[in-house]
Design a protein around this ligand. Sequence first.
Ligand code: 5RP
Length: 219
Amino acid sequence: MTQDEQKRAAAAAAIQYVPVGSIVGVGTGSTANYFIDELAKIKHKIEGAVASSNVTAQRLKNHGIEVLDLNTVTDLPVYIDGADEITKHLHMIKGGGGALTREKIVSAVARKFICIADQSKLVDVLGAFPLPIEVIPMARSYVAREITYLGGHPALRQDFVTDNGNIILDVHGLQILNPVELETTLNQLTGVVTNGLFARKAANTLLLGTDHSVETITI
Ligand code: 5RP
């Protein structure tokens, strides 16, 4: 399968994790878009969806799927989203599309995180993909200096503003051997809204599109 076919196959496999009558948390990105297209086929069987970005909300609405405000939702059985990198421990880097904050909020509420990805996303060590960090604009230089002290090389994502009105620093040059610890450290920096490490709350299941099939990895 090509990379796109792997994404599409993983997205299709995720439908079996959507309980009938439920509200579904939906991620952002090209793999999540394939999932939305699959979800549209069973939209009569779900109550609605919570979106992790404005783009995802629009795509869901275009398919006739009701988009609910997370604040009105008390039970979210599942959140389904892609990743930029994921390890066999199901720790992830996310935020390549800049939606990391809302992704982390929706996934925090969800009981299960199902990650859908093509095989290029599976890595031994996180960090080759630059780690996105959403930052309050006035804290940009301060946070960049602090990240440099931690050994990273931050670059301002050009011409990009998040759905929350903030900027993204993409941090290059990290070899993340302890993602839980680094996620916690970065969370402590004043001015950081969210970092793209999803390790303290990792995925529960990875559906990985490969050359010939979709592999399921659960921890
Ligand atoms: C967006 C994300 C995406 O999940 C991540 O960038 C993967 O995207 P794609 O499915 O297009 O490869 O975190 O903020």
